[in-house]
Design a protein around this ligand. Sequence first.
Ligand SMILES: [Zn+2]
Length: 257
Amino acid sequence: MKPAAPSPACPVCGFSPLAEAPRSPAGGASYEICPCCGFQFGYDDDARGETYLNHRQRWIAGGMKWWSRGQKAPANWHPEAQLESLRRVEAPQKSSQIPGGRAAGSGYSAAGMGRQTSDVRDNVSTVRAAGGLVWRRGARGLELALIRRARHGDNEWSLPKGKLDPGETFEEAAVREVEEETGIRARLLRFAGVMQYEVKGDNKVVCLWDMEAIGEGRAYDNGEVKEVRWVTREEALKLLTHEQNRELLRHLPPPPL
Ligand SMILES: [Zn+2]
């Protein structure tokens, strides 16, 4: 999903250069350990079920410390700038640059993951949300669940998503929000991407997962959601109201179903 970079960057923390690309085009792992965040490609993720996002969240929550004892951090090492470079890859939409120079991406780090509210601008809080692209194999092949929200004259087509509850992880919130907004029980398949935007001056970050529908859940709240519809990928690209949603879907490889 990420374009090959001239000097390989760590997809977990954004550190560059790594000695080798973490994955060869054929998918083989480098087994290199990122000196910045300590992620080992081909080990952590494969052997322990660790994901880039989980590792990144923990690295950020732990204060974004340089990991390697044997190799010193570069003199100009700037972990927030690294995360900003990652965010550009993961959230293709034009980010809202914060006036005054610090990029919104610094918010991403806060956002992302760990720190609850303040980012580099004082008094700007980060709203953390999660949701899903819920897939099934239906009569017309792969189908995606979209919701029509009671907004914009009841005509906003969207992916199911919502804010994290206190103490909840992004993953837990994604599964819960999907069930609450669609009535579908789903399981996580893989991390799909991040969307970031400003809402009334707050920085909002939404982490999304590809999910597989596995059953019926509780009935959804039809005050908030007017309709749940299974659509093909092509239909979804036409229906989705927000460009960020369409952009994410356009660049996503087919779900592993
Ligand atoms: Zn790293």
